[in-house]
Design a protein around this ligand. Structure first.
Ligand code: AMP
Ligand code: ZN
Length: 466
């Protein structure tokens, strides 16, 4: 079966065909940097990491943009309550976000645009929407007129009666639910509650609404129509619905071809909330003695469209599964028997490898795919006495290649570079020798995109997987 994803727009699983052959333009809604990411946010970021890694495994070249929302209702409210400037306040949480994604081995995006750096692009879009009758100005801001866009509601599948009722209302808040569907703010004129957060604009000093931020960054960095846009399910309405409306009225083109949304993380069967005491950041879990590798495993191995119920039992099961994988890789590395490979182990391996790939192609069905990996492990132990070096090598090379997909296969002790990565690493050494520093830098960046950090030491360059 071909690679396919469940598209929230059509509510169907569709074959994935990118606009440009072999290339994928991917936009993922990034963190609102007003606090430490919680493990729900990280679940969504890990699903997006798995998606990107699988696209890379399938040979696509991926350009990935993840924005940082560094101005919105929440960042302003919190920075003011802490008596800090918006810039200083959000800098703390930008750093926390980057630390967390490194800890969890999330591959870096190609671009991390900050909303505050794209205000001129947002103003250009708003001016155009005003000029063409898609927006109107009021005493407190500029609003998008949802009645001007007949396909408003196509992503959230809103019924037309709620849209008619909404046509007269408007809302300036960044976040609201489906019951409050209404015209939404593109620009919010300055009020004293905004402190000194404001930018000049043709519609008065103020700041952008949250939704226009992602439209401006996606259009600026990836173009008018992109292949995949992701986020958690709470982003679907109103955020993504509003992104579609603004962008499509501005460009006249489809904004996104495949919308993918991750279901929420819940804790012990309940919504995670500070008042219930079941609210966790990555730091909380590390402080409780869980390893980043086990946390990654626990957050990634449930299918992304199923709610993930996080429990400490689940984390302990993740640790046990990882130990099983580690022991298996150790056993594989110590197979010494030469001679003809055991045919039945060879056949089972090939079948299960194909099954793993098919499960992943089928809307990233990781839970099923992991089942096939454990079948390979079971088959190996069943045939261990007859397994030869040739059996071990083919299985080992598959598992090593899966490190690039799963990011939790290899423990720290037994890391190797794939032949392709080794070639890039050696090419960089060669470029430095020839004093071609631009080439050396671009090779270092290429390795970083694959999750390998290179550092120069007095003994020569070294590398590690992030
Ligand atoms: P935010 O920092 O609130 O803008 O959210 C960043 C990402 O995390 C978005 O894609 C949200 O949809 C997602 N998200 C928020 N809460 C949860 C949750 N409990 N489970 C999974 N994803 C979430
Ligand atoms: Zn967004």
């Amino acid at each position: 079966m071909a690679l396919s994803f469940y598209n929230s727009l059509s509510r169907m699983e569709e074959e994935f065909v990118p606009l440009e052959k072999g290339k994928v333009r991917l936009y993922t809604c990034g963190p609102t940097v007003y606090n430490y990411p919680h493990i729900g946010n990280l679940r969504t970021f890990l699903f997006e990491d798995l998606l990107k890694r699988w696209l890379l495994y399938r040979g696509y070249q991926v350009t990935h943009v993840m924005n940082l929302t560094d101005v919105d209702d929440k960042t302003i409210r919190n920075s003011l309550s802490q008596n800090m400037s918006l810039t200083d306040y959000t800098a703390l949480y930008k750093q926390a976000f980057f630390e967390d994604i490194r800890t969890l081995h999330i591959l870096p995006a190609d671009f991390y645009p900050e909303a505050t750096a794209y205000i001129p692009q947002m103003i250009t879009i708003i001016q155009d929407l005003l000029k063409n009758g898609y927006a109107y100005e009021t005493e407190d801001g500029v609003y998008f007129k949802i009645a001007s866009f007949p396909s408003y509601g196509k992503l959230a599948h809103l019924d037309t009666s709620s849209l008619k009722a909404a046509a007269s209302g408007r809302l300036s808040a960044d976040e609201y639910d489906k019951e409050s569907v209404s015209d939404f703010a593109l620009w919010k004129k300055w009020t004293p509650e905004d402190g000194n957060v404001k930018w000049p604009s043709p519609f008065g000093e103020g700041r952008p609404g949250w939704h226009i931020e992602c439209s401006a960054m996606s259009l600026s960095l990836l173009g008018e129509t992109i292949d995949i846009h992701c986020g958690g399910i709470d982003n679907l309405f109103p955020h993504h619905e509003n992104e579609i409306a603004q962008s499509e009225c501005y460009t006249g083109k489809p904004f996104v071809r495949y919308w993918l949304h991750a279901a929420h993380l819940i804790v012990d069967g309940e919504k995670m909330s500070k008042s219930k005491g079941n609210f966790y950041t990555l730091r909380d879990l590390l402080a409780k003695g869980l390893s980043p590798r086990a946390i990654r495993y626990a957050l990634i191995t449930t299918h992304y469209r199923k709610p993930l119920n996080f429990t400490f039992d689940l984390a302990r099961q993740a640790e046990a599964s990882l130990k099983r994988i580690d022991d298996f890789l150790f056993a594989l590395r110590h197979v010494q028997q030469s001679g003809i490979p055991d045919p039945s182990l060879h056949t089972t391996f090939l079948e299960k490898k194909r099954a793993f790939e098919e499960s992943m192609d089928h809307d990233l069905n990781i839970a099923e795919a992991m089942g096939h990996l454990f079948d390979i492990i079971r088959a190996f132990y069943e045939h261990q006495s007859r397994a030869t070096l040739a059996n071990a090598e083919e299985i080992l090379s598959f598992f090593v290649s899966l490190e690039n997909v799963l990011g939790f296969i290899e423990g720290s002790s037994s890391e190797t570079l794939s032949p392709e990565e080794e070639a890039l690493f050696q090419a960089r050494i060669e470029a430095k020798k020839n004093k071609d520093y631009a080439k050396a830098d671009s090779l270092r960046e290429e390795l970083l995109r694959r999750g390998i950090e290179v550092r120069d030491t007095p003994q020569g360059p070294i590398w590690r997987r992030l």
